[in-house]
Design a protein around this ligand. Structure first.
Ligand code: ATP
Length: 346
């Protein structure tokens, strides 16, 4: 069943459209993530779904019920949409305890959910701080309180705007995992605005890539990472090595070997994009075409800059573990074709 559906939604503030003909469907129990650069319209889309902005064009339905129709002038207020909202600053009520923050939205009709609050507090490790006030909590505890508050009234749709941005790196992984567990259990449709591609990859069943107000690619995270529709989508996941060459006989030849160039006409100026993690670096004899410029340990991986004869800029390689050859060391560099993409040069 579709929990949240947006059909051909467009929106403008005072100038041109900042959201253009966006259609999104999130099934009950599914987590969808909006990923895109700053200012591309992600938050606006979330606010339209929540009812915090009036819909100008298109239609929005929640649990099969149309809650906004731009053309018909229908606008259901946020409190009647059965949406749970959580913004990056959490917006907890400072004068209420953790328990009261979470139970705040529970009307008499939802009295039975008070038991759920107790169980959920225990489940996410907040039982001991149920009577504490928000300012005494850690960032992770505040995040979980805000999440439970959004979930307490049994919404059909949960809308999260950068839900992990306030957390430090070490805490993020466990909070993300716990959040995902809660979302799966609750079986609601969740739409998350993400800045961080790794976070979006981790959380999403369905990834929606936005640029300049439009959804330019959507699908399973692995599908998008491995088969980006264009250079912009490929570059969302991190820096890329770029090699330029002309298409000859359906291929492009580069100092790192030949790459298939499907769909590109003979003679087209093409650009090969290779992810740093897609370069396999190994030992090589003296006189090899590739030598190490620098090597630095990042923690879980080592970052290498490689000089390749025939290429002006050094290439970047990301090698798992500790691999720190001296500058000047000759090496081999093989581009994994699953992490290499060929597009027409812009
Ligand atoms: P970020 O990742 O930085 O939060 P975003 O993708 O969420 O960005 P939005 O906040 O949706 O982007 O903004 C989309 C565009 O709409 C931007 O150009 C922004 O300046 C503009 N915008 C957003 N809110 C308003 C507003 N209330 N009035 C006028 N313009 C706005």
């Amino acid at each position: 069943m579709i929990g949240l559906s947006l059909e051909r939604v467009s929106h403008a503030f005072d100038g041109p459209d900042v959201v253009r003909r966006v259609s999104v469907a999130v099934d009950a129990g599914e987590v969808a993530c909006l990923l895109g650069p700053s200012g591309c319209g992600k938050t606006t889309l979330l606010r339209l779904a929540a009812g915090l902005e009036y819909l100008q064009r298109g239609r929005i339905a929640i649990g099969g019920r149309v809650v906004a129709d731009g053309e018909a002038g229908l606008h259901t207020p946020p409190e009647d949409r059965r949406v749970g909202l959580m913004f990056q600053d959490y917006a907890l009520f400072p004068h209420l305890t953790v328990y009261d923050n979470i139970a705040f939205g529970l009307s008499d009709r939802l009295r039975k959910r008070r038991r759920w609050v107790r169980v959920a507090l225990d489940r996410v490790g907040l039982a001991d701080v149920a009577s504490s006030y928000p300012h005494t909590l850690s960032g992770g505890q505040q995040q979980r309180t805000a999440l439970l508050r959004a979930l307490a009234p049994e919404p059909e749709v949960l809308l999260l705007d950068e839900p992990f941005s306030g957390l430090d790196v070490t805490r993020r992984a466990s909070v993300r995992e716990q959040t995902l567990g809660l979302l799966r259990e609750s079986g609601i449709a969740t739409l998350i605005v993400c800045h961080d591609p790794e976070e979006a990859m981790f959380m999403a069943d369905h990834l929606l890539v936005m640029d300049a107000g439009e959804i330019i690619q959507h699908g399973a995270p692995a599908e998008i990472y491995l088969h980006p529709a264009n250079a912009f989508v490929a570059a969302l996941f991190g820096p890329l090595n770029r090699l330029d060459a002309l298409v000859r006989g359906g291929r492009v030849d580069t100092p790192l070997g030949g790459f298939d160039a499907p769909g590109l006409a003979e003679g087209t100026a093409a650009r090969v994009l290779i992810r740093p993690e897609g370069l396999a670096v190994g030992p090589a004899a003296n006189g090899a075409a590739v030598t190490v410029v620098s090597a630095r340990l990042l923690g879980r991986s080592s970052h290498l800059r490689l000089a390749v004869s025939g290429i002006d800029e050094p290439l970047q390689a990301l090698v798992p573990g500790v691999f720190l050859p001296e500058p000047g060391t000759p090496v081999s560099a093989d581009a994994n074709r699953a992490h290499s993409f060929v597009f027409a040069a812009e």
